[in-house]
Design a protein around this ligand. Structure first.
Ligand code: ADP
Ligand code: MG
Length: 255
C-alpha cells in the first residue's frame, strides 16, 4: 500500500525578488533577492529583527507593492504585468490583511468595518450584514457590532480586523506583527484564532520579530536578515527538526 502525501498547491511564489528604495544619494536594499514559496494550507512565519525587510516582503507577498526586480506569482499567475485595478480586485478576493495597528476605520462601526471589503467586491447589503454578523460571532464579538473602534480594547480591535480579513473568504491571510501592540495573554487569543483558521484550511503568513511566536505557530519559518533569507526552518507534524537537533546534539555543529 502506497501512502500519498497530500501536497498543497503552490499559491504564492516570489522568485529572485528585490525591493530597493532610493533615499537621496543612498539606495536602501529593503529586500535583497529573496525566494519565497507558499503552499495552500501553510502556516508560514517571516521572522527577523526590526528593519530586516519583513513588512516590505509581506507587502510584496500580498501584492500591495511591486518589486524593483523579480517575479511574483499569485495563484499560479504572474502579477508583475497586471494593472493596479486588476491587481486590487484579485487581492481583495484572495487575500485578507491584518496589521499591527489594527487599521480599523474609526468613523465606521465594528460591523461596518467588517462589511467594507465586501462592498468593494459588489456584495449586496443584506448579505454583507449577514456575513459580518456571522464573522463577528466567530471571533467572539457578536455583541460588539454597533460599537466604534475606540470603544473596544486592542485585543477586540484585532479580532475585528481578523473578521474583516475574512470578509471575502480569502484563501490567504497576511498578518504583519498581529500581536505587536497587544499584551501576551490578549495576543495569545488572537494567535489562537489564526491557528484555528489555519486548521479550517486558510493559508496564514505571519510577520513577527519574536522567534518564540514564529516557532510556536508556524510550520515553516523564513528567517530574514538585511533583506535576505538567512535560513528556512520547517516543522513536520509538530516536530521541530532543528530544535530537536539542538536538544540532542547541543550547539555543536554535526560533521
Ligand atoms: P521590518 O518590517 O523588518 O522592520 P521593513 O520592511 O519595514 O523592515 O524595512 C526594511 C528596510 O527598508 C528598513 O531599513 C527601512 O527603513 C527601509 N524602508 C522600508 N520602506 C521604505 C520606504 N518606503 N522608503 C525608504 N526606505 C524604506
Ligand atoms: Mg515591519
Amino acid at each position: 500500500m502506497i501512502y500519498m502525501k497530500k501536497i498543497g498547491k503552490e499559491i504564492i511564489k516570489l522568485k529572485d525578488v528585490f525591493k530597493y528604495y532610493r533615499m537621496g544619494e543612498t539606495i536602501v536594499k529593503a529586500v535583497d533577492g529573496i525566494n519565497i514559496s507558499i503552499k495552500e494550507g501553510d502556516f508560514v512565519a517571516i521572522m527577523g529583527p526590526s528593519g530586516s525587510g519583513k513588512s516590505t516582503s509581506m507587502n510584496l507577498v500580498g501584492s500591495l507593492d511591486m518589486p524593483t526586480k523579480g517575479r511574483i506569482s499569485l495563484g499560479g499567475g504572474d502579477i508583475s504585468e497586471l494593472e493596479e485595478s486588476d491587481l486590487a480586485q484579485i487581492r481583495g478576493k484572495k487575500i485578507g490583511f491584518i496589521f499591527q495597528s489594527f487599521n480599523l476605520i474609526p468613523n465606521l462601526s465594528v460591523k461596518e468595518n467588517v462589511m467594507l471589503p465586501m462592498m468593494f467586491q459588489g456584495v449586496e447589503r443584506e448579505e454583507r450584514e449577514e456575513v459580518a454578523e456571522r464573522l463577528l460571532e466567530k471571533v467572539d464579538l457578536g455583541n460588539r457590532g454597533e460599537h466604534y473602534p475606540n470603544q473596544i480594547s486592542g485585543g477586540e480591535q484585532q479580532r475585528v480586523a481578523i473578521a474583516r480579513a475574512l470578509a471575502n473568504d480569502p484563501e490567504v491571510i497576511l498578518a504583519d506583527e498581529p500581536t505587536g501592540n497587544l499584551d501576551t495573554k490578549t495576543g495569545e487569543k488572537v494567535m489562537d484564532f489564526l491557528k484555528q483558521l489555519n486548521k479550517e484550511g486558510k493559508t496564514i503568513i505571519m510577520v513577527t520579530h519574536e522567534p518564540e511566536l514564529a516557532e510556536a505557530y508556524a510550520q515553516k519559518v523564513y528567517w530574514l536578515k538585511d533583506g535576505k533569507v538567512e535560513k528556512i526552518t520547517k516543522k513536520k507534524n509538530g516536530f521541530n527538526l532543528e530544535k530537536e537537533e539542538r536538544r540532542l546534539f547541543g550547539k555543536k555543529k554535526r560533521k
